[in-house]
Design a binder for this molecule. Sequence first.
Ligand code: THU
Length: 135
Amino acid sequence: MTQLTEDYKQLINLANEARRRAYAPYSNYAVGAALRTKTGRVYTGVNIENAAYPATMCAERVAVFKAVSDGEREFEVIALVTDNGGSPCGSCRQVLAEFGLDAIVLIADGKEKLIQKMTVAELLPGAFTSEKLSR
Ligand code: THU
């Protein structure tokens, strides 16, 4: 298992703390994310469910959207914590890929044990990116 550096531990801890604020009355599956930008700012996110289920938003995207709406587009690392170390959904992988394939993704469980560490490129091989669009 990869050795966790102190700053990665801190980020996983922040994601786990954020998880307490998840709004998940339907699935009871609380997810917390903590994203560190290349400028050193940290944004957290939680999943926010809705009685109209598809309106639910994932924790990772909340963190990314908070960062982007603050003018931050370059991410160094995102930590994701669920009770059982679940992996990011396809939509979140695509949204992460939009802002860089080199960011590190840390996936941890509710005991803050690292389950997986990978890059966004590894998380979403063959990602569709803006390069494919004629601009
Ligand atoms: N969820 C996330 O927050 N992130 C993911 O990557 C996977 C799923 C949330 C959405 C929903 O509130 C709950 O987990 C169960 O799907």
